[in-house]
Design a protein around this ligand. Sequence first.
Ligand code: FAD
Length: 327
Amino acid sequence: MSAGNVLVVLEQQGGKWHRMSWEALAAGAELASKLGVGVDAAVVGKGIAGLAAEAAQKSIGKVYAVDHDLLENYSADGYTAALEQLIRQTQPAFVLFPHTYQVRDFAPKLATRFGRVLVSDVVSAEAGNGSATFVRQLFQGKLNANFAASAGTFASIQAGAFRAESLGAGTAEVVNFAPSIDASAIRIKAEAPFRESSRAVDLTAADIIVSVGRGIKEQDNIPVVEELAEVLGAELAASRPICDAGWLPMERQVGSSGQTVSPKVYIAVGISGAIQHLVGMKGSKAIVAINKDENAPIFEVADYGIVGDLFEVVPALVAEVKKAKVS
Ligand SMILES: Cc1cc2nc3c(=O)[nH]c(=O)nc-3n(C[C@H](O)[C@H](O)[C@H](O)COP(=O)(O)OP(=O)(O)OC[C@H]3O[C@@H](n4cnc5c(N)ncnc54)[C@H](O)[C@@H]3O)c2cc1C
């Protein structure tokens, strides 16, 4: 592959965007500017002109609308066949995806069509002279590994690693791309899409989130953080052990197996900052951490840190907020 533009494959399901698409596009734009090339996007499906037009409102070069009847429902075979043709024709410098379940399903297969691997779950990228270095985390985030990648490499972008808002508005050109796909090439029949359990709370819409971790010690102490959430008008969220224990409902879990959130303020109370938690909240605009261990990894992503016992700090904060409201 020659060094063309960076191509970002956006994800939509049933006409709805996967939110991580925009983070991947932001990553693509950043990589492209480091390489001194442009960034293009691709959207795959059937009858996707509207989605392509929407994507074209970002400041990118082109949006490829990869449209075919057999792409109405996702299949690894269909997506691979379609994108292989697009990539052979457009010769992108690098191909990026959001690191979603769907991408994990088909992108390695697509990459091997080009004799490449997929560098997965990338958290940052450097570039120069037509090649890139992708950074991904190992051993639950304890180590960062750099992967030197020549042009033509495929990579998926970790949730929360890039800010979708960094993309400006623009008017990209929409290019219709009609792949030729033989129905016999699609060997998998999709069942009804997996539906996550319905959510009464939409943490992704919250401006402020107070999130509680194992530092709270027992269920009877949950009202301590509940009160902080209440005075701040915040949603209450939690790390996984809290939800696993049934102290708060599963729908309030933040992290790799919970929700990914990016509120204006995320207050992590008694949460250590394991990588599986961080991927769900590190895109927050401001992170406040309250933890009695000054070496807790949460402080590495925190904008404001309070080293202290949450049972002293949180009631003091509640009292201050109440005072500020009165005055
Ligand atoms: C496949 C997989 C998926 C996972 N998915 C998720 C996920 O979606 N979300 C998630 O959160 N985790 C997830 N985990 C679990 C994750 O690895 C961590 O175990 C978990 O995030 C730890 O939760 P915690 O920070 O609440 O608890 P701990 O790691 O036990 O941390 C508790 C923290 O509280 C502090 N503390 C204790 N007492 C006080 C006090 N009195 N005052 C102040 N601070 C105090 C401690 O210093 C410590 O830092 C996943 C793990 C795996 C293997």
